[in-house]
Ligand binder design. Structure first.
Ligand code: KIV
Length: 271
């Protein structure tokens, strides 16, 4: 039944208030139809720069441009009314200087109308995050495995293997929190370290390949519905939409070849 009450979009305060209470549900959304389907079922819709690899077949997230993120961000925000929308800042749009970061984020917020942005980086990005949050730009942090650092990390390896790495990641998370981020993604990180960080921080941690004890979880939607070829090992597939698309395409092809589709019902005829 249609619910006539206006739907209220979640805010960063709603998300922060969930820490230690209810696990926070996050999925990526890159397009209008997916945003419509997921809206309200997740607390946050993340327009991740993973769209470069998932939608555009890029070899990494590095080539993704600000214009691409804005186009997809606009579609997702316009097609959702309940979930908080966070847009990823792409590589090169925020690392150069505080001013570059501010100008890029302002473009994203003005043009997409999203409620927050996500920025990869720890101690080295803390001053930038502080600069942005002091100027009314809500920031979600992202530490440990940072896909925009793929070349610097020498590949996509899970993080927190050595004592030195663990200390650095903990320092990164603490710096991002101190800089004013409202939440932080912990990606590809040794499980006990994700747990320790979750205990130490007062802001919610959102895990991906992290720990069941994180305050929330995020997955790439296409990975969890079976639309990507070889998803990472930490993904659980909750549906096989890929198989259904293949079956639908086969059924359509069969009917077209047998002249069973279209019938006159699917044509415009004079009354
Ligand atoms: O780009 C992305 O989709 C992300 C999530 C996987 C956390 O950063």
């Amino acid at each position: 039944m249609h619910d006539p009450r206006p739907k209220k979009r979640k805010t960063i305060l709603d998300i922060k208030a969930l820490k230690g209470k209810t696990p926070i549900v996050v999925l990526t959304a890159y397009t209008a139809p997916i945003a419509c389907l997921l809206d309200g079922k997740t607390d946050i819709l993340l327009v991740g720069d993973s769209l470069g690899m998932v939608l555009y077949g890029m070899e990494s997230t590095l080539p993704v441009s600000l214009d691409i993120m804005i186009a997809h961000g606009k579609a997702v925000v316009k097609s959702s009314h309940e979930s908080l929308c966070v847009v990823d800042m792409p590589f090169g749009s925020y690392q150069g200087s505080h001013e570059t970061a501010f100008n890029s984020c302002v473009r994203v917020i003005k043009e997409t109308r999203c409620q927050a942005v996500k920025i990869e980086g720890g101690v080295e990005m803390a001053e930038t995050i502080a600069f942005l949050t002091a100027r009314a730009i809500p920031v979600m942090g992202h530490v440990a495995l940072m896909p925009q650092h793929v070349h610097a990390m020498g590949g996509y390896r899970y993080q927190g293997r050595t004592e030195q790495e663990r200390k650095k990641i903990l320092a990164d998370a603490l710096a991002v929190e101190k800089a004013g981020a409202f939440a932080i993604v912990l990606e590809g990180i040794e499980e006990s370290l994700a747990r320790e960080i979750t205990k130490k921080l007062s802001i919610p941690t959102i895990g991906i390949g992290a720990s069941p004890d994180c305050d929330g979880q995020v997955l790439v939607t296409e990975d969890m519905i079976g639309l990507t070829d070889s998803p990472p090992s930490f993904v659980k597939q909750f549906a096989d939409v890929g198989e259904q698309i293949k079956k639908a395409a086969e059924a359509y092809a069969k009917e077209v070849r047998a002249r069973k589709f279209p019938t006159l019902k699917h044509c415009f005829t004079k009354k």
